[in-house]
Design a binder for this molecule. Structure first.
Ligand code: HEM
Length: 393
């Protein structure tokens, strides 16, 4: 199965089912032309891999050194001096810096920030009666919040957004190099400004505890927080909205008060986790999992979405948070409460203001971005009865 194909993006759940029928819980796949991997579709096998970083390290250096074909997904898979692409003591070192900074985020002011940003955005379209909830709501909302959390100026924020959008679409080498230069320049400016005048933000907190890390590593940590924090969060918002708009359980029970936006988010984290296939590891020897030997030096990708479809663990989901959407084990997402708060508040504000959202086109005409890792719509066009602007209190 080619995970990078448009056919996979159009119907990943059908593909997971077909792969499970043919191969069982561990499936040989291609994540890019000439780049083979094992996709884990079994929930129990996934927990085994995620809980054993000594056998399944996240550090890709040995694999990269043996790759003779280039892999286009260097941003997602290539080595970096960051928590997500290191293992052992190195991982502990980088993760400690990130979690210490994230743990300083105060959730009450963050909620107010999301509320204010949501209201401003809703007021831009509430009287028009139609909007693309991805590109006019979820994306600008998430980017604004993550920019503020990181202490970006508008100039740094714009540069980072443009560079990230270039890099995620597998650009030609010159365009990728140019985007990397834009990021490096923006990070140099930001770090100099925050050293001179520290603020109440993640960048300043990373710098305050940067003993043992140079500025290049701090720049990598900020860039990773930006990319890890933005796209999955906006996709969680729209994947949940799509579910709420199209799944009758949520429409009626939400409005009737039986189910909360939080329940809908949890269901979306099961049904369409924003990082559908992630938590990549690079075994250095052949490894025995289930009853299969996995080859050495071939990435192992956990299908978070596929594991949720595993018939051996499927059951009642309401109030059930046993999904793997945040990963598991030592690399599990350290920012779950921040991401949940942003998504929950964004949904509450929108649904309070515009409770009667309808898809502006048939569900079958919605398109999803191709790519092996994410579950991401290209647009979410909706209509609703025109409403007066909101007052922010
Ligand atoms: C809905 C939103 C989000 C989802 C679904 C999500 C999901 C995940 C997953 C599955 C991982 C594990 C990746 C792996 O093992 O390779 C992860 C790691 C990570 N996430 Fe999130 N995340 C979200 C939001 C955020 C936000 C808002 C931030 C920061 C502001 C963040 C920062 C990180 C970091 C730094 C890691 C790497 C941790 C490590 O390797 O030790 N994430 N996330």
């Amino acid at each position: 199965m080619k995970l990078y194909s448009p056919e996979f993006a159009a119907d990943p759940h059908g593909a997971y089912q077909a792969m499970r029928r043919e191969h069982g819980p561990l499936v040989p796949v291609d994540i890019a032309p000439g780049v083979s991997a094992t996709l884990v579709l079994g929930y129990r096998e996934a927990l085994q891999v995620l809980g054993d970083p000594a056998r399944f390290p996240a550090d890709p250096r040995l694999w990269q050194s043996r790759q003779d074909t280039g892999c286009p997904y260097t941003a997602a898979m290539g080595w970096q001096p960051t928590a997500s692409r290191t293992s052992g003591d190195e991982h502990i070192h980088y993760r400690h810096a990130i979690t210490s900074a994230i743990d300083r985020v105060e959730l009450h002011p963050l909620r107010r920030m999301v509320e204010r940003t949501s209201v401003n955005l809703i007021n831009e379209f509430c009287q028009i009666g139609e909007v693309d909830l991805l590109n006019q709501y979820a994306v600008p909302l998430t980017v604004e919040i993550i920019d503020q959390l990181l202490g970006f100026t508008p100039e740094v924020g714009d540069a980072m957004f443009d560079a990230m959008m270039t890099l995620r679409d597998d650009p030609a080498p010159e365009a990728a190099a140019q985007a990397d230069t834009v990021i490096a320049t923006a990070m140099t400016k930001l770090i100099a400004a925050k050293r001179a005048t520290p603020g109440h933000d993640l960048t300043s907190w990373l710098l305050a505890e940067s003993a043992g890390r140079d500025d290049a590593e701090t720049a990598q940590a900020i860039t990773m927080l930006y990319t890890a924090g933005t796209e999955p969060t906006w996709n969680l918002i729209v994947n949940t909205l799509l579910l709420m708009i199209t799944d009758s359980r949520f429409g009626s029970e939400l409005l009737g008060g039986a189910l909360s936006a939080r329940d809908a988010i949890d269901e979306a984290l099961f049904a369409d986790p924003p990082l559908a296939n992630a938590c990549i590891s690079y075994p250095r020897q052949p490894q025995f999992v289930g009853d299969v030997w996995l080859p050495e030096h071939q990435p192992v990708v956990i299908s978070l979405a596929g594991c949720h479809d595993d018939p051996s663990v499927r059951g009642e989901r309401t109030g059930n948070r046993s999904h793997l959407a945040w990963g598991a084990g030592p690399h599990a997402c350290p920012a779950q409460s921040v991401a949940m708060l942003i998504a929950n508040e964004a949904l509450d504000q929108l649904l309070d203001a515009l409770p009667d959202l309808e898809l502006a086109q048939p569900m079958s005409e919605l398109t999803w971005r191709p790519g092996p890792f994410h579950r991401a719509l290209t647009t979410l066009p909706v209509t609703f009865p025109s409403s007066p602007p909101l007052n922010y209190v």
